[in-house]
Design a protein around this ligand. Structure first.
Ligand SMILES: [Zn+2]
Length: 349
């Protein structure tokens, strides 16, 4: 119901462009954009949440031009921190950030930012770059696309029988399996996938190309345009972990990156980043770990008051479903944040 109401308001204000009236009050000092991957359209049918995290190279270029055309400065996370600390009012800014550390950060995103001489940041999941992570979300998508036969398996005493005979059924099955897999420790993911799909030989090595290598990450890290931030070791829901386990996830990822990069890592992103996965306890622990800034996935602009909330900075997530500059404009002006956050202009929790 809330979504329908938000969509109706967005449509109405979008057509009339009345939301622009809100801009001076709600757009704050600037924005941190959150993205994951930039990939060329493979032209094949897709299911599941994987395509949601992919935007096209063309749309990334449009985004850069969109903000430059509105006199936004594209700045690094260090610059963002310094501006907040100094409390100086300057021109509006935007930070581009990419989560997790996919190979296209080096192969597609980095060349685009170099060409526009613009800074950006990558938040790295260290098990990902170490090659220890199983990209089950892409593997699952491929497996479901390959079969139309029902899937039977038992997990934790419960029997599952999933119909995957149509695209809609495959989507439903994907969501059920996703819930199971995302809560599972990495070391159990491969064996469960093999158990669910016994008739298929899964070549896990084929999926290693999704992840950036240390060699490519180190090459980018030398460039002053690139900031490398931490995003934990295993990308788990931190709220479900003990205090000590959270500290291990956060500090180990910081130390692994600092040892490899031979320099300090000052910035952090909470895995998933909604209220269900990161709250006041996590904000406090990450602050104690010595980061200058940490970002969530709550929607919102950056205001001067965020200098007191540098460990729970909101972002604006750009997804494959919403590659639309008009929507980006509404979000730049704070309209979507206002509607999503109960008419609170500033998001700081
Ligand atoms: Zn992530």
């Amino acid at each position: 119901m809330k979504h329908i109401l938000i969509r109706s308001i967005v449509n109405l204000l979008g057509i009339t462009r009345m939301y622009r009236l809100l801009c001076p009050f709600l757009s704050g000092q600037g924005l941190i954009l959150a993205m994951h991957r930039v990939v060329k359209d493979g032209g094949r049918s897709r299911i599941g949440a994987s395509s949601r995290i992919e935007i096209s190279p063309g749309f990334l270029r449009e985004l850069l031009l969109f903000f430059r055309g509105r006199d936004y400065e594209i700045i690094s996370l260090d610059d963002l921190y310094e501006r907040l600390e100094a409390g100086v009012k300057g021109p509006p800014f935007v930070c581009f950030t990419f989560d997790d550390g996919y190979a296209d950060v080096h192969d597609i995103i980095y060349p685009i930012f170099k060409r526009y001489n613009a800074p950006f940041a990558v938040y790295m999941v260290t098990s990902f770059v170490e090659g220890d992570a199983v990209v089950w979300w892409y593997i699952l998508e491929d497996l479901l696309l390959e079969t139309d036969l029902p899937i039977h398996f038992t997990f934790r005493g419960r029997e599952y029988c999933l119909d995957v005979s149509s695209k809609a059924k495959k989507e439903q099955a994907y969501n059920i399996l996703r819930q199971i897999l995302m809560e599972l420790p990495q070391e159990q993911v491969s064996s469960l996938l093999k158990r669910i799909f016994p008739q298929v030989e899964i070549n896990f090595l084929d999926y290693n190309s999704y992840q950036i290598s240390w060699k490519k990450l180190l090459e980018m890290a030398k460039d002053p345009l690139v900031t490398i931030g931490a995003h934990t070791v295993n990308h788990l829901n931190l709220r479900k972990l003990t205090r000590d386990a959270v500290l291990r996830e956060v500090m180990d990822s910081k130390h692994i990156l600092e040892a490899k990069l031979k320099g300090p890592v000052h910035h952090f992103a909470y895995p998933f980043g909604s209220k269900e996965e990161a709250g006041p306890r996590e904000f406090d622990l990450v602050k104690r770990c010595g980061f200058k800034t940490a970002v969530t996935m709550r929607e919102g602009a950056i205001f001067p008051v965020h200098r007191h909330y540098t460990h729970c900075l909101p972002r604006v997530e750009v997804t494959g479903r919403h590659q639309d500059l008009k929507l980006i404009d509404m979000r730049r002006c704070g309209l979507i944040s206002l509607l999503k956050n109960g008419f609170r202009p500033v998001v700081a929790d």
